[in-house]
Design a binder for this molecule. Structure first.
Ligand SMILES: *Cc1c(COP(=O)(O)O)cnc(C)c1O
Length: 391
């Protein structure tokens, strides 16, 4: 570091909120493994690699965009978009807030309900990383009640009553993959009905849509459901999500969100994707993904190097293998990107693979076979070598 950078750094460190100085930003799949534009100079270089690291859908969406009225500010909540989502999720528009991805929903909820340096959120790790990042960013505390055997530790959550203003439940869970039992979610909602907001993050609910809890919104004033177009709708690049909650909660969140959170082109494309004649594209993609997932899980279960395959209700599969580093690095060398989850609580040796297209998964399975076979060949060479040394 040069002196000027040092001076600038100490000035910024002096002025910035203290907790930001050492804060590590969310390590998104795209930050960890960038789309490399430098190679060909093209702006879209996604095709050079197989992307199985961010739970996106393989590409096939093709929506039309017109730039009409782009000189005007968009509506605070574009009417077409809310109407389309309302038809899709079967809730009145008063129960819906469109956001810049579900990630913005997470942030808004924390900023709305947690006083900085005073209030806390409760999370159940291993879970989605953005809950903790948004809390830290805002200066909210984090109470952790780890999952036990992939489901909630209800007794311990109840024991924390009074410590948290917002409880984040992820169902299906990322990176674990499974739905939480509805009886457990109900127990938390009931127990905290006067004490805390309970967020059910349904980012992956389309892959098991009959399990949504949106019909409970009428009964629980403390429930918020988060949704996104990034996963089943194959629109991760669009940045569009939704918070679903009572009109009272939506009104409160609306005070905190930016004045024009949804740009006009985003609203246009999202409305098309949600139009009833286009929803079949999404449901077809979900069926195909679930079928491919089934095949991939069955394949994993037959592999001697695979210790545990986590049951998945989402579009990704988590598994445990002593060859974690070998597989992750070997695949990366072949431009196949998956996600290392081994640093998460209780997920030592776990890798997560998004269910891409059939070709992408075939390439991944073939590459994994090659990596394992090469390794076994070299291991047996080593064994022979040491045997020959007469040790
Ligand atoms: C992907 C994901 C999100 C974020 O979705 P965006 O709409 O792309 O911001 C939120 N929660 C979970 C559990 C996710 O996996």
């Amino acid at each position: 570091m040069t002196t000027t950078t040092n001076i600038k750094q100490s000035l910024i460190n002096k002025l910035a909120r203290e907790e930001l100085i050492d804060m590590i930003p969310y390590q998104s799949a795209r930050r960890l493994q960038k789309t490399d534009n430098t190679v060909t100079g093209q702006t879209n270089n996604f095709n050079r690699k197989i992307w199985l690291n961010a739970n996106e859908a393989p590409g096939d969406g093709n929506y039309q965009l017109s730039a009409e009225c782009i000189n005007r500010y968009p509506d605070f909540q574009p009417e077409n978009l809310l109407k389309a989502y309302s038809d899709y999720c079967k809730l009145p528009v008063e129960y819906i807030l469109a956001t810049r991805g579900a990630d913005e929903g997470i942030e808004l909820i924390i900023r709305t309900f947690c006083k900085a340096y005073q209030d806390s959120i409760l999370i159940c790790p291993p879970t989605y990383g953005m809950y903790a990042i948004s809390a830290e960013n805002h200066g909210a505390g984090i109470v952790k009640v780890p999952l036990v055997d992939k489901i909630l530790d209800i007794e311990e959550i109840i024991a924390q009553k009074g410590t948290a203003k917002v409880i984040f439940l992820c169902s299906p869970g990322n990176p674990t993959g499974n739905l939480l039992p509805q009886t457990q979610i109900k127990a938390v909602l009931d127990e905290f009905v006067d004490d805390a907001i309970v967020v059910v993050d349904e980012a992956y609910i389309e892959f098991c849509s009959e399990n949504t809890v949106t019909s409970w919104l009428a009964r629980y004033p403390n429930l918020i459901v988060l949704r996104t177009l990034s996963k089943a709708f194959a629109l991760a690049g669009l940045r569009c999500g939704f918070a679903l909650a009572s009109p009272e909660i939506i009104t409160m969140l609306s005070k905190v969100i930016a004045p024009y959170p949804i740009s006009a082109p985003v609203a246009q494309i999202a409305s098309q994707a949600l139009a009833s004649n286009n929803l079949s594209q999404m449901t077809a993609r979900v069926s195909e993904t679930n079928a491919l997932k089934q095949l991939f899980v069955e394949w994993l279960e037959q592999q001697a190097w695979c210790n545990e395959v986590y049951p998945s209700d989402a579009n990704f599969v988590l598994f445990n293998t002593p060859y974690k580093a070998l597989l992750f690095n070997g695949l990366k060398q072949q431009n196949i990107l998956i996600r290392d989850q081994s640093k998460q609580l209780s997920l030592v040796n776990c890798l997560r693979v998004s269910i891409g297209s059939k070709q992408e998964l075939d390439s991944a399975m073939k590459a994994i076979n090659d990596i394992i076979n090469d390794n076994q060949a070299s291991e047996s060479l080593n064994n022979n070598a040491s045997a020959n040394q007469g040790s």
